[in-house]
Design a protein around this ligand. Structure first.
Ligand code: ISC
Length: 474
């Protein structure tokens, strides 16, 4: 049960005295209950660009999260952490859910009902595998955090949310001053343009290194498929790009959202200098007022250079037996997985097309209504990884991925998103993504292999995906 402050209406961030009163109220609650409280304050402001705030206000040593959804209705930036948990191992989804529920018990909300589209969110990323295979992993197998600052852009307004842990001995005067100063500096940020003070990497002087020979792994996968060890295997490729100048995640995100307005653009910054960025077309799930939508997305073709060529490629994709089988495996898997929860699904039996700027995919959106009490993370745990990014049967596919791919997937093809206090959620599959680490970038893309796949064509598909990403990094 969320505790709400008795002061109404209370836009505490707009008035320093009200801010003080509210934080002091939280402190009194903390003393009375002998437990820390989490103050949650939200305030509507003029429309702003959360990415500009993140870039200009966030510090490199702070954890960050950026998420802009495909229909461009909402962008969210999360800066710093009020509370966080890092989780390793197989119970990571359950532990994440328990953590969120524990935090919510101690929330004190200043004005909860005003902004249904801007609720406090817990941001999380889960690595593809639940155990890390490399010793120098930059991301734990799960991280969940409640940010200190959350900036949300809605359709015509924006909101700033602050989350702050308050304990019995918190100095409320000092804290009020600090929050007030930070809030003023966020409001003074220049939102109209995106400027970069430092020089950016350019296409000149680049070095690109392939991590392995992709086509020979496709040949090996086809052999396993022929021997009926599995029906489908999704193999990824990674390239390392070394530039004389450091990559800038803010610049990459800004480019990604301009080049791929039809994708979910995201960045997960670990606060130690590494950021995982990408523009993914694939929604693992979104939940809004208990309505869940998940995407089956598999089967690909390039876009044409002319309308006639594009229409022909689209028709060929829709009618291609190999692409349809690759797609159907994903639809069937999602269907079976959600049916185990007793959910009734709505979806069309023939896929439509999701046409992106550089590539088009077979796409089946699947919709259902969740019963009260079924948490989005329970569904996420069951869905990940779908055969759109692993294969089928799932266990064998995961074993073969570890055997064939000579790099750690880390957050590639893994769930990245947020959950709010009302169990609304949005998670994407972290494909078409890159790990930025100083002047190095590792770019990832994969392709689904089924019987009939041609190694050369699969490599061409992967290259097409990588090129789109590469263009955004410079
Ligand atoms: C695994 C990736 O894409 C998946 C999603 C859409 C289409 C796919 C395909 O046609 O192979 C893949 O299943 C990736 O881009 O890294």
């Amino acid at each position: 049960m969320l505790c709400q402050s008795p002061f109404t209406p209370l836009d505490s961030l707009q008035d320093c005295n009200k801010l003080y009163q509210f934080l002091d109220f939280c402190k009194q609650q903390s003393i009375a209950e002998q437990h820390e409280k989490i103050a949650s304050i939200s305030s509507t402001i003029e429309s702003i660009d959360p990415l500009a705030v993140l870039w200009q206000f966030g510090k490199p040593q702070q954890r960050h999260f950026y998420f802009e959804n495909r229909d461009q209705e909402r962008a969210i930036a999360a800066i710093g952490e009020a509370r966080s948990i890092q989780i390793e191992g197989t119970r990571r989804f359950e532990t994440a859910q328990e953590f969120i529920q524990r935090c919510l018990k101690h929330f004190v909300i200043s004005d909860a009902s005003n902004l249904p589209w801007a609720q406090p969110c817990f941001f999380s990323s889960f690595t593809f595998f639940d155990q890390s295979t490399a010793s120098n992993s930059y991301f734990p197998s799960a991280i969940v955090f409640l940010p200190q600052w959350q900036i949300v852009q809605g359709s015509d307004r924006s909101a700033i949310l602050l989350h702050q842990v308050i304990e019995a001995d918190t100095n409320i005067e000092l804290l009020t001053e600090k929050i007030w100063r930070d809030f003023q500096s966020i409001q003074q940020i220049s939102y109209s343009f995106f400027h970069f003070s430092t020089q950016l990497p350019t296409l000149l002087n680049w070095e690109i290194v392939d991590t392995h020979d992709f086509q020979s792994t496709v040949v090996a996968a086809l052999k396993s498929i022929q021997q009926q060890q599995l029906n489908k295997l999704v193999l990824a490729h990674a390239i390392d790009v070394v530039s004389p100048l450091p990559f800038q995640w803010g610049h990459s995100l800004h480019n990604l959202r301009q080049l791929h307005p039809d994708c979910y653009v995201f960045s997960v910054g670990n606060g130690h200098g590494q950021s995982f960025v990408g523009a993914s077309p694939e929604r693992l799930l979104s939940v809004c007022d208990r309505t869940l939508i998940t995407d089956a997305l598999a089967g690909s073709a390039p876009r044409g250079r002319t309308l006639a060529e594009d229409t022909e490629l689209a028709q060929r994709l829709l009618n291609n037996d190999k692409e349809r089988r690759e797609h159907q495996v994903v639809v069937d898997f999602i269907h079976q997985t959600l049916a185990q929860f007793g959910l009734k699904l709505r979806f069309t039996h023939v896929p439509d097309l999701l046409q992106l700027s550089n590539i088009q995919h077979l796409h089946t959106p699947i919709q259902t209504v969740l019963p009260v009490g079924l948490h989005p993370l329970e569904i996420l745990a069951a869905l990940h990884p779908t055969p759109a990014v692993a294969g089928l049967p799932r266990e064998i596919a995961c074993e073969q991925i570890q055997q064939y791919e000579q790099f750690e997937r880390s957050l590639y093809a893994a769930p990245i998103g947020w959950v709010d206090a009302q169990n609304n959620a949005e998670f994407v599959v972290g494909i078409r993504s890159a790990l930025l680490d100083g002047n190095r970038a590792r770019l990832y893309a994969g392709a689904g292999i089924v019987s009939g796949s041609d190694p050369e064509r699969e490599f061409a598909e992967v290259r097409l995906k990588l090129q789109a990403l590469l263009r955004a990094l410079v």
